[in-house]
Design a protein around this ligand. Structure first.
Ligand code: DQA
Length: 142
């Protein structure tokens, strides 16, 4: 199983700062991941939460299942050590995805506390980053 987990405010995709995040809605993102999963014969579940405790529980479950995770931690990326610690427990691969190029934005977005425990990071390629993450996991044969 691959969990595609999205943190705070990502449920607002489509209407949220479209000049930064594009016009693809969260529902479109879920569809894109489902279509990619079907094409690649992967089992994928896509989720979004604004609640830290819920994300932590999903990461703990993924660790227990040795599942792979594609994670867009949203703003938690930049400061949330509890989310990082949960990511460090994962036994499957962890691909960190950011829709926008955080390095072209405010200084506080340049640092990720997650990247140090991620397998790899995809930044700035829009929602296509999720497809690429799934393509990679299929390619390495998860
Ligand atoms: C984001 C970048 C973060 O800085 C921001 O807080 C988000 C989305 C991205 O996908 O580009 O919520 O992770």
């Amino acid at each position: 199983m691959i969990y595609v987990l999205n943190g705070p405010n990502l449920g607002r995709l489509g209407t949220r700062e479209p000049e930064v995040y594009g016009s693809t809605s969260y529902a479109d993102l879920v569809r894109l991941c489902a279509q990619t999963a079907e094409r690649l014969s992967l089992k994928v579940e896509v989720r979004q939460t604004d609640a830290e405790f819920e994300m932590l529980r999903w990461l703990h479950d993924a660790a227990d299942e040795s599942a792979h995770v594609v994670l867009n931690p949203g703003a938690w990326t930049h400061y949330n050590i509890a989310i990082r610690d949960a990511c460090a427990m994962l036994r499957g691969k962890l691909i960190e995805v950011h829709i926008s190029n955080v390095h072209q934005r405010e200084d506080f977005r340049h640092k990720s506390v997650i990247s140090g425990v991620a397998t790899g990071v995809i930044i700035g390629l829009g929602v296509d980053g999720y497809r690429l993450a799934l393509e990679h996991l299929a390619q390495v044969g998860v």
